[in-house]
Design a protein around this ligand. Sequence first.
Ligand code: KIV
Length: 284
Amino acid sequence: MAKRVTAPAIAARKVGNGGEPLVMVTAYDYPSARMVNESGADMILVGDSLAMVVLGYDDTLSVTVDDMVHHTAAVARAQPAQLIVADLPWMSYHVSTEDTLRNAARLIRAGAGVIKLEGGQERLPMVDAIIAAEIPVMGHIGLTPQSVHAMGGFKVQGKSAESAMALIEDAKVLQAAGCFSIVLEGVPRRVADMVTASLDIPTVGIGAGPGCDGQVLVFHDLLGLQDDFLAKFVRQYATLKTDGIAALTEFVGDVRSGAFPSDAESYHIADDQADALGLYGGAT
Ligand code: KIV
């Protein structure tokens, strides 16, 4: 196995200090983790977007710690060189610090190197407790999908001067608590630039413009595996859903026409054994 990327190595990757931009991609199982591994990305995020792109829910709220553990373990079995970041799902870090620590530990034991959680100052006691247990924490502010009902939908955040200042304040609080990096999701690019400039730790953007210290995209979005809804910030680098449907349709046609399987795709027995079968049973 290649040497795995570490949280301290990510924390040191500030573009303003000459660092190369960070790249994080989601993955939820063994084959997707193997693909991301070969891409040379820095981090794999086992995101709670699992709920929507893999499990078919309308939002991320239905995914459980058990689901996240199951998928984090599958990603870890690919032994990727990337740092594995696992999301704490909704309500797994909202009840008590004991409960939060137990859930974070389950993700680490499943193979994650760090955990990510959504929210700013209001999550400080949980962030403190997790970091005190020696588990590195990635913050996530701006459009936080677990707050979909409180936000009134998946809406860009920090569009007013006041809410932008609150984002900067949240980012500083998370940094002071010891987070090693922060995801900025769905914020205007100039606000993301201000947040990024106000921190010593790197920001990883999604829908936050080019000024962050890195970028993250969802595997199914960037490979064109889903086309239900594409946010403005998604760039599709492949058309795997279209290509997959074309391949499946060809397979269906080949089976129905008798073109699959061919003789070369079949197993054979030796002629003498076939003859012997003929003795006993007739046709071979
Ligand atoms: O769950 C996820 O995929 C995420 C990214 C959108 C950052 O949290």
